[in-house]
Design a protein around this ligand. Sequence first.
Ligand code: ATP
Ligand code: MG
Length: 335
Amino acid sequence: RSHKRVVDCRSDIDRMNAPLLAIYESLVPKEEEKSNQKQLLTSLEKLVNKEWPTAQLYLYGSCANSFGVSKSDIDVCLALEDPDINKSEVLLKLADILQADNLENVQALTRARVPIVKLMDPVTGISCDICINNVLAVVNTKLLHDYAQIDDRLRQLAFIVKHWAKLRGVNVTYQGTLSSYAYVLMCIHFLQQRKPAILPCLQGMEATYVVTVDDIECAYFDQVQHLRDFGARNKERIAELVWAFFDYWAYRHDYANSVISVRTGSLISKRAKDWTRRIGNDRHLICIEDPFEISHDLGRVVDKYSIKTLREEFERAANIMHYDPDPCVTLFEPY
Ligand code: ATP
Ligand code: MG
């Protein structure tokens, strides 16, 4: 009997694999979209350098970390050398400059947790958020980008998980669910933990890239072109991984005691981080350690109501992958 079950599983996997890959392919941005983004960045650079000649613009977030689906907004960081600038003043000045250049929907959000200027380019239709001196986000963008180069299955898994989270309404941080960044870290951690491992722990290897940002040393092995066959001994395909990912977060993760940590490539205990009780607004109901800002729990937005929503969604997804005859439709049904 157990042999028959294994055979059934295999044929389920075979049946689900191609449709999942097709969903992934349909979400990947086309070359034209990428070149439009670059063009917009170049014209923004020209505008910015008229006012701040030594300033640099960096793309970060999903347009630069390889996890951006088609038609995403782009995230831009304006890096100014002067450390004593007043961010609000700079943002208001920047908003004036952009407005004068016919960019649309220009809006300075100076009181947000990460203050930004929003804009829309009427030529390409691309929306863009510009923040100031958020260099750590540029560095964690590079880390995610480097992980994505090691094994194609990371990008496939993360696209599918992000797509699911958006359609199921659990990718809304102001409603207490998780950011895209948190979901990608969950995927990396998951692939580090597979047996055999599909991803290495880059921060646990000899550092070939070292920068210090806001007093935080960011160091890891970034020569990832040498790791292209790291996961070759693991033959799991995307359907098995999506299945196991949801199964892990539905039924296996120890929410009471464990923190997932891409930095160490393993689970660490909540006790070791002193994340066992609520402090201020940080409830630590699901714990995802930021790889560089290690006192930062990306699960801190989750509250006692949204943790229930999240866990129910993980269970729903796991059950669909397990029992549904046509999981690729049901899994992504809009909430
Ligand atoms: P999407 O495709 O949904 O826009 P994204 O990867 O751009 O996904 P965002 O949530 O828009 O994700 O975040 C943009 C970037 O900002 C992230 O890639 C990350 O570098 C940084 N970031 C976002 N949230 C945090 C956070 N809580 N702590 C640290 N950095 C963060
Ligand atoms: Mg983004």
